[in-house]
Structure formats: C-alpha cells, structure tokens
Design a protein around this ligand. Structure first.
Ligand SMILES: Cc1cc2nc3c(=O)[nH]c(=O)nc-3n(C[C@H](O)[C@H](O)[C@H](O)COP(=O)(O)OP(=O)(O)OC[C@H]3O[C@@H](n4cnc5c(N)ncnc54)[C@H](O)[C@@H]3O)c2cc1C
Length: 532
C-alpha cells in the first residue's frame, strides 16, 4: 500500500474527512497525535488526524532530537519517565535504524562540582539497569581530553561515557504518520480546528474544521466523531478552554544553536552543568552540524506564532560554551541557525521550570480527551495509555493489541543497493515503505549528498513529489533540515532546489517566488542565529 502524499492528496483527504464516519478524530499532527492515530488505526478504529500547519510543525520538529532515557530526570526522581523513556529508546533503536541511531555521551567531572563521581556512578548504573545493558564506563582526564580535545581541562578529574540516541524528530513524526495511513487513517495538514461540536448533553462530539491550505479556499466542515482527542501540545489549553477547562499547561521554551562542524567539531555528545544554574547543557553531533542546547524558560509569546530564541537564551548558551570549550571561543556569530520549541509541561507552580514533571497526562473533560506532556521518546507508551483509557467509550476497542516493541513498522531493505550500507540505512530509515520508490525517482547526479548535510538531492525530489509539502518551509525545515544545517537557511542552494522541486510541486514561477520570499522572511525572524 502506498502511504505517500502525492498531487491531489489534500483534496482526497478533505473529502474523506467530510464523508466520515469516525470513531476517533485526533487534533494535532505532532508525535503525540501521530502515535495515537497510528495505534488507533492499527486497532481497527476509523481514525482521522488534522493539523493546523505542517505535520510536525510544532514542538515535535523543534526538540533536542534525542531519543533518550532522560538521565537528568533521575535527579528529579521522575522514575516513571525514565523507565518509559529507556524502553522507548531501546525499542526505537531496534526497529528504526537509520532514523534512530546510538550516540555516545561524555560527562566531564570537575574538582569540587556536583554531581560527583559516586552520584553519577549510581545514576548511570540505574540507567543501564533499566535498559538491560551496560553502556557506561569511567574515563580518566587524559581519555576525556583525547576524545574531546577542545574540552576545558582546568580542574578536570575524569568523566563518564554512556549511550543514548539521536533522531530526526520531524522525520520520526512523518514515519509514524505513514504507519497510521498504512493502517487506514486519514491525515490532513493545514486544517485547523476552530471549535468543538457538542451533543445534546454537552459532550464533545466532533470538530469544526477550516482548511488553511493555499488551494482549499478556506472551506469549512463540521466533522462528527465518537471520540475527539486534543493532542495540540503546548496549545492544549486553548481547546480545553472552549469547553470550560481551567488552564493547566505551563509552556516552557527551549532553544538551540546549530554550528558548522568545521567550526565546532565533536564526535560525541558532551554534557555538563551550566555555570549559572547547574542545569545540564549539551553539545552533540547531528546530521552534519553540532547542536548546542537547551534552555528552559517560560514562554509568554503567542503559541500560533513561531517561537524564537531570545537574546538572553543566546547569552546563556554562549556562557556554557565558553566555560566548557574555552579554546574554541564560540559565539552565536559562528552558528548557522537557531531553533526554539515549546514544551507542553503540566504546571504545578514550581519556581524552577526544570523541576516541573515531564510525565504525560490524559484528561477527560466533557468528552474531550486531552493527551499532552511526555516526550518524543515515549510517544508510543503515551499512545497506548491514551487508547487504553479511551477504550471503554468505543465498546471495549481498541484492545491492548501491539506491544512496546512494534513502535514503528520495521522496514526491509530494497534489492537495489547502489548505496553504501550506511547511506542505504539512512534512506530506509527516512523513507520507510517508499524507500525503493524514492531511490528510483532520483535522476542522474541526484544520489550525491547536498554539501554540508547528509541529505541527497533525491530526498528533495521525493519530498516534493510524495511527502505532502504544502509550503516551501515544509520542505526546507521538516522534510529535509537544510534550514537549520546550512548558512542563511540554505540560500546558497535554493536555485538548485528550485530546479528539482518546483516542477514536482506543480508551482509556477510566481508561486515559487512568493514561497521563497516567505521562507526567507521566516528564517530571518525565527531561525537565524540571532533572529531579527
Ligand atoms: C526544546 C525542547 C527539547 C526537547 N527535546 C526532547 C528530546 O530530545 N527528546 C524527547 O524525547 N523529547 C524532547 N522534547 C519533548 C518533545 O519534543 C515533546 O514532548 C513532543 O514533541 C510534544 O509533541 P506533541 O505532539 O504533544 O506536541 P506538538 O509537536 O507541539 O504537536 C501539537 C500540534 O498541534 C497542532 N495544533 C495546535 N492547535 C491546533 C488546532 N486548533 N487545530 C489543529 N492542529 C492544532 C500544532 O500545530 C502542533 O503541530 C523536547 C521539547 C522541547 C521544547
């Protein structure tokens, strides 16, 4: 079965949505909504998912891109999060090679700082115990220096190495959505829920939807569903507010800087306490760049607008860089891009934002099921929990079908193997069922990598043809990630991208010019290292 989104897909999805009927409508096309739609469709429920912007537009493309157990949550005694996260990480490593890959983490130890060696030994022992495999070991200061020559040596007494994993968060969402479609779900982007329908007894019984796509004429529809799930992340209070729910979300912004690897080379992730507040901050290699992050501050901006890094967050990350890698003399001026995302954290009024729990919640209010909080890594545990809770409202369905291990569908390798094993693994991880078609679509020369990234020109062609790109920003910020990997958001390769993508998208020159202008403005105001 094809799970791609080729020309005409939005109209087909709209018609199917209006036709119904639906057991479950999921609002929000981030990892939480995608995970729920996938499990629901696989359990035989008639499932639809709608997203107001692009799939993964929200926090799920703006995370730290780590599939991790959350070592730091042990310090906050959030054992449930760590247990679910480690299980999620291990499952994803097993079934999604090429999309989720192991990454070595180094934690330097400095004289007189905490946590000290004994505490870390205990924490890492517990962490490994949950995973059922030992990954950590102690390193001498000399070993640390050999692995990271630029690391601060003053007071360094040694360190630890352990394993977690990285992913491409937006691609993970796309892959989970493809699984959902393969099981029969209908998914539509640029479709905004403007209100909730209620039945005679006041219970939520559907959604009022508006098509926000450039070709949809802003059409509207009311779509009935037995169960409506609010998976709108940090914006979850908005829909809850419409049915009388009190605000409970504390939106916390986290921002990252992206450096070119020639300016900031790293083979391992390095994490240490920030000199100002002791929060762990990390630098790590990711898809041809080095990421530095993150911050944790209250977000007061409008949730419908792109979040962006503030000057004080930039200064915070720079302070950590000069403390940890002093010889490199790095500043935001060396970075190619920034990216900010907003955590959907349940507020309990703690003074320190980082002390708020990262556990997910499932709330049922007047028939609306809100699922938020949690982490990218734990999306499948969240989905299974949510469906278990919804089950009684759907006549006992879904059953608890599927275990934690089939977290995304494993993919077999296509016969065509012109690629090196590592490149093929990556193509499979990203394009899943469509990998053979994506490879076959590449024209001569398009198997080459786009310089400065791990993407190939054929990734651009395939995304434009079959991955539901509606605006240019969808292509450059989420199908591939050139917008955060190349200087000026990839301005230097936009002409080549235009030559490949414009005909595939069916856009005329005027449409391309308008899209490019909008993308450049967006990049300058939200993704530049120092946004305007
Ligand atoms: C800085 C940062 C770093 C993080 N790092 C990690 C990490 O390394 N590993 C990890 O596991 N987790 C990490 N997390 C947590 C993780 O990213 C989030 O928990 C997860 O992405 C939340 O997914 P979600 O689907 O609930 O929300 P979102 O991804 O925000 O999805 C909600 C979607 O709902 C849509 N929406 C809103 N209103 C409407 C409406 N009215 N109609 C239709 N659609 C609507 C939005 O457009 C949005 O796309 C991080 C979070 C942040 C902020």
């Amino acid at each position: 079965m094809t799970t791609g989104l080729r020309a005409g897909w939005r109209d087909q999805a709209w018609q199917a949505l209006v036709r119904g009927p639906w057991d479950l409508v999921v609002i929000g096309g981030g990892i939480t909504g995608a995970g729920i739609a996938r499990r629901a469709a696989q359990a035989g429920l008639r499932t639809a998912l709608v997203e107001q912007r692009d799939f993964a537009w929200g926090t799920s493309s703006r995370s730290s891109k780590l599939v991790h157990g959350g070592l730091r949550y042990l310090a906050h005694l959030q054992f449930g999060v760590v247990r679910d996260s480690v299980a999620g990480r291990e499952a994803l490593l097993r079934v999604a090679p090429g999309l989720v890959e192991e990454l070595g983490f180094l934690m330097p130890l400095y004289r007189g700082t905490s946590p000290g060696r004994a505490t870390l030994t205990a924490g890492l022992f517990a962490y490994d115990l949950l995973a059922g495999r030992r990954t950590h070991r102690h390193l001498s200061a000399r070993e640390m220096n050999r692995l990271v020559p630029s690391i601060q040596m003053d007071g360094l007494t040694g360190g630890f190495r352990y394993s977690d994993a990285w992913t491409d968060d937006a691609r993970l969402v796309l892959r989970v959505l493809a699984d959902a479609r393969a099981a029969g779900a209908v998914t539509l982007s640029y479709a905004r829920v403007e209100g909730l329908m209620r039945d005679g007894s006041g219970l939520v019984a559907g959604i009022a939807l508006r098509d926000e796509g450039p070709d949809g004429g802003r059409r509207t529809a009311e779509i009935a569903a037995q169960v409506v799930v609010n998976a709108t992340g940090a914006a979850a209070d908005r829909l809850r507010g419409g049915i009388g729910g009190e605000p409970r979300i504390r939106p916390l912004r986290g921002s990252h800087l992206f450096f070119p690897t020639d300016r900031f080379p790293l083979a391992h992730a390095v994490g240490s306490a920030h000199p100002a507040d002791g929060r762990p901050v990390f630098a790590y290699p990711w898809e041809g760049v080095t990421i530095v992050g993150t911050t944790d501050v209250d977000e007061t901006g409008d949730q419908a607008v792109e979040p962006r890094i503030s000057a004080s967050e930039t200064a915070y990350l720079e302070a950590w860089l000069s403390e940890t890698f002093p010889s490199l003399e790095l500043s935001a001026l060396d970075a190619v891009a920034s990216m900010a995302g907003v955590r959907p954290v349940i507020g309990t009024g703690k003074a320190d934002p980082s002390a708020e729990s990262r556990e997910h919640v499932v709330w049922e209010e007047n028939g609306l099921v809100t699922v938020t909080g949690g982490k990218l890594t734990t999306f499948d545990a969240i989905a299974r929990d949510a469906l278990h809770r919804i089950g009684p409202r759907l006549g006992g369905r879904p059953s608890r079908r599927g275990g934690p291990l089939d977290v995304v569908a494993p993919i077999g390798a296509p016969k065509d193997s012109a690629f090196e094993p590592a490149a093929l693994r990556r193509l499979l991880g990203r394009h899943e069922r469509e990998a053979a078609d994506a490879i076959a679509a590449g024209r001569p020369g398009e198997t080459a990598a786009i310089e400065g990234t791990r993407d190939r020109w054929l990734d651009i062609r395939w995304a434009a043809r079959a991955e539901g790109v509606v605006h240019l920003e969808d292509l450059l910020l989420r199908r591939v990630r050139l917008g955060i990997q190349l200087p000026e958001g990839g301005a230097g390769v936009l002409d080549q991208i235009r030559a490949i993508a414009r005909p595939e998208l069916g856009w005329d020159d005027a449409r391309w010019d308008a899209e490019e202008a909008a993308y450049r403005h967006l990049w300058a105001t939200a993704y530049a290292p120092r946004p305007e």
